[in-house]
Design a protein around this ligand. Sequence first.
Ligand SMILES: NC(=O)C1=CN([C@@H]2O[C@H](COP(=O)(O)OP(=O)(O)OC[C@H]3O[C@@H](n4cnc5c(N)ncnc54)[C@H](O)[C@@H]3O)[C@@H](O)[C@H]2O)C=CC1
Ligand SMILES: O=C(O)C1=N[C@H](C(=O)O)C[C@H](O)C1
Length: 234
Amino acid sequence: MKIALLGYGRMGKTIEQIALDKGHEIVLKVGKNTKNYDITLADVAIDFSIPSMAFENIANCLNNNIPVVSGTTGWLDKFNDVTALCKKKKGSFIYASNFSIGVNVFFKLNEYLAKIIAHLNNYQVSIEEIHHTKKLDKPSGTAITLAEDILKHSSKDNWSLNVTNNKNEIPIASKRIPDVPGTHAIKYESAEDTIEIKHTAHNRNGFALGAIIAAEWLVDKTGVFTMKDVLDLK
Ligand SMILES: NC(=O)C1=CN([C@@H]2O[C@H](COP(=O)(O)OP(=O)(O)OC[C@H]3O[C@@H](n4cnc5c(N)ncnc54)[C@H](O)[C@@H]3O)[C@@H](O)[C@H]2O)C=CC1
Ligand SMILES: O=C(O)C1=N[C@H](C(=O)O)C[C@H](O)C1
């Protein structure tokens, strides 16, 4: 496949390495100083850029009928606009807050645990995410997905960043520590015990490999998809 990389930072570079190893070609590397590029050179685009540019990058692909995979977090206020544009253009789009296969298994585990705990009222749930200090958004997109999946099965009505006195909210603690690729933990605490599940990324290869697998899957599809569709984890 001919791949356009929209964003050539930590993730863009990791994706390039794995894509080349898998026999793909990188035809475009778009960074903040790239002007007037021709996205139609690519079979598929992979966007790991910055929250403020993700919508523009994705819309450019859809307007030019190029399938697009986006892993950029922190832009989801525009998700419905992307969905509408994708439908209008009969395009192909996939977004995941986390493309790693391990995290997608962890998402299933989180939902399963939330379903079980929903019937018990003595546990207090909380989420913790830890990332490197260069991360622009908080909480992480993955922590938001985890919270939203818990909310589907809970009597709580929202999540909140950091400590909350509101018992109807799931608190998410965001920690920033140099060089941490991404750690997420969900804790259920009662007076008697604690149940905790945790995913720790050792490096960025899992995110990058998942995004390439998603791109390979997406090229001959039409519609808006998630990583659950790719991995058949529904
Ligand atoms: N969904 C997932 O599995 C994962 C998502 N991410 C997300 O991916 C994004 C990128 O992460 P990193 O690579 O670590 O960040 P980074 O800061 O290393 O790279 C972002 C790159 O985007 C470039 N950029 C700025 N304006 C641009 C524009 N208009 N078009 C294209 N590129 C532009 C920057 O120059 C920079 O090189 C973040 O939002 C992060 O949260 C990161 C890892 C996994
Ligand atoms: O910025 C990162 O690095 C990561 N961002 C994603 C997120 O916000 O969830 C995924 C991963 O944890 C790494």
